[in-house]
Design a protein around this ligand. Structure first.
Ligand code: B12
Length: 211
C-alpha cells in the first residue's frame, strides 16, 4: 500500500501525469480509500514540490507540470471524494484584484492549495471588490486570497477588504494576500490576516489560518 502511494508521490513530483493517473486508478481498484490516496499520494507529492520550490531547487515550469500530474490524479479521485465524507482542508477562494490581469502566480497558489487538499474557487483576474463580495456570499469560504502584480492595483486589496467589512463578511473568513509588490507590512496595513511570498509558503500560511 505505501509502495503505491510512494509511487504516486514520486511520479507527481516528476510531473508524469499518465503514470500518476494509472497508479491512482490501481490504488482505488485495490480498495484503498480515496482519502488515503489523496493524502498519502497526491498531497505528499505536492508537499515535496512545495518544499523544493521554496528552497529554489524547483522552478515555475516544474511546479506547473507537477500540478498537471496532480490534476490527472484528482480527476479520478474527485468523484469518489465527493461521494464519501472526506473533509477538505478548507474552502479557498482566490482572484487577482481589479485592473490586474497577471495570473501565473495566482494560478500557482491555487494549484498548491489544491495540492494541499483545499477546495478552491478561482475568480480569475480583474476581480472587482463587489466580485469578491458576491463570491464570498455564494461560496462561503474559510479563506480568501488576493493577488496583485502591479503597484497601481494593490489598493484594490484594501478596497476589497473594506467592501467585505461593509457587507458584514470580514469576520467570517481569513484573508491572505500576495504578489511580487506585496509585502507583509502592506498586508498588515490594509488589515489582511496574512501575507505569503510564494505559493509553497501560501500552503503553510493557509494551513495555519484555518486551524
Ligand atoms: C508575465 C507578465 C505579464 C503578462 C501577464 C500574463 C499572465 N497571464 O499573468 C502580461 C504581458 C499580460 C503583462 C502585462 C502587464 N504588465 Co506585467 N509582468 C509579467 C512578469 C514578466 C512576470 C510576472 C509573473 O508571472 N511572475 C511569475 C509568478 C510565478 O510570480 P508572481 O506572480 O510574483 O507570483 C508568486 C508570488 O508573488 C506569490 N503570489 C502571487 N499571487 C499571490 C496571491 C496570494 C494570496 C499569495 C499568498 C501569494 C501570491 O506566489 C507566486 C508563486 O510563488 C512581471 C515581471 C516579473 N519578473 O515579475 C511583469 C510586471 C509585473 N508587469 C508589469 C507591468 C507594468 C505590466 C503592464 C502594465 C505593461 C503594459 N504597459 O501594458 C501590463 C499590465 C496588464 C494588466 N492590466 O494587468 C510590471 C509591474 C510594475 C509595477 N511595479 O507595478 C512588472 C514588474 C514588469 C516590470 N519590471 O516593469 N505582464
Amino acid at each position: 500500500m505505501t509502495e503505491i502511494l510512494g509511487g504516486i508521490a514520486k511520479n507527481l513530483y516528476s510531473g508524469n501525469a499518465p503514470e500518476v493517473a494509472t497508479l491512482v486508478q490501481q490504488a482505488v481498484d485495490q480498495g484503498l480509500p480515496a482519502a488515503d490516496v489523496l493524502n498519502g499520494g497526491l498531497i505528499a507529492g505536492m508537499d515535496e514540490v512545495g518544499k523544493d520550490f521554496k528552497a529554489g531547487d524547483l522552478f515555475v515550469p516544474e511546479v506547473l507540470i507537477a500540478a498537471r500530474a496532480m490534476h490527472a490524479g484528482m480527476a479520478i479521485l474527485r468523484p469518489l471524494l465527493a461521494e464519501g465524507d472526506v473533509p477538505t482542508a478548507g474552502k479557498f477562494l482566490i482572484g487577482t484584484v481589479q485592473g490586474d490581469l497577471h495570473d501565473i502566480g495566482k494560478n500557482l497558489v491555487k494549484m498548491m492549495l489544491e495540492g494541499a487538499g483545499f477546495e478552491t474557487v478561482d475568480l480569475g483576474t480583474d476581480v472587482k471588490p463587489e466580485g469578491f463580495v458576491s463570491a464570498v456570499q455564494e461560496h462561503r469560504p474559510q479563506l480568501i486570497g488576493m493577488s496583485a502584480l502591479l503597484t497601481t492595483t494593490m489598493p484594490g486589496m484594501q478596497a476589497t477588504i473594506d467592501a467585505l467589512r461593509e457587507a458584514g463578511l470580514r469576520d467570517t473568513l481569513k484573508i491572505m494576500v500576495g504578489g511580487a509588490p506585496v509585502t507583509a507590512a502592506f498586508a498588515e496595513k490594509i488589515g489582511a490576516d496574512a501575507y505569503a511570498p510564494d505559493a509553497a509558503s501560501a500552503v503553510d500560511v493557509a494551513r495555519e489560518l484555518v486551524t
